[in-house]
Ligand binder design. Structure first.
Ligand code: FES
Length: 115
């Protein structure tokens, strides 16, 4: 169960990330929330947050190209849907975490599971 975007709000803690102006369309932002490396993408004005480690062999997903709503792992070409974390293309078969994003007062927040 890695797709936290489906979790009830009461099970999540929303962490302030940055002003929305720091993540313009087409850009990406890297953050570490505790032991969770996360990359945020702004795709056509919508912001998505996923784990920054490929489930296949720990590739740096945040360095990958975006194709539609998929990020392409730069190591072996596995693909993941940034909206859900779902593995979409071999050799990746295991989903990665996807986190819900909220914009409040022009500030980005990411929801992670409560400890
Ligand atoms: S490490 Fe990402 S596809 Fe192999």
């Amino acid at each position: 169960m890695f797709n936290y975007t489906n979790q009830l709000t009461e099970n999540l803690e929303y962490i302030e990330i940055a002003p929305a102006s720091e993540l313009p369309n087409g850009e990406r932002l890297f953050v570490d929330l505790g032991d969770r490396p996360i990359v945020l993408f702004n795709i056509a004005g919508q912001i998505f947050a996923i784990g920054d480690i490929c489930s296949h062999d720990d590739g740096p997903l945040g360095d990958g190209m975006i194709e539609d709503h998929n990020v392409v792992c730069p190591r072996h070409g596995g693909e993941f849907d940034v909206r859900t974390g779902q593995a979409m293309q071999m050799p990746a078969v295991v989903d990665i975490p996807a986190y819900p994003v909220q914009i409040r007062d022009e500030t980005i927040f990411v929801g992670i599971p409560k400890a």
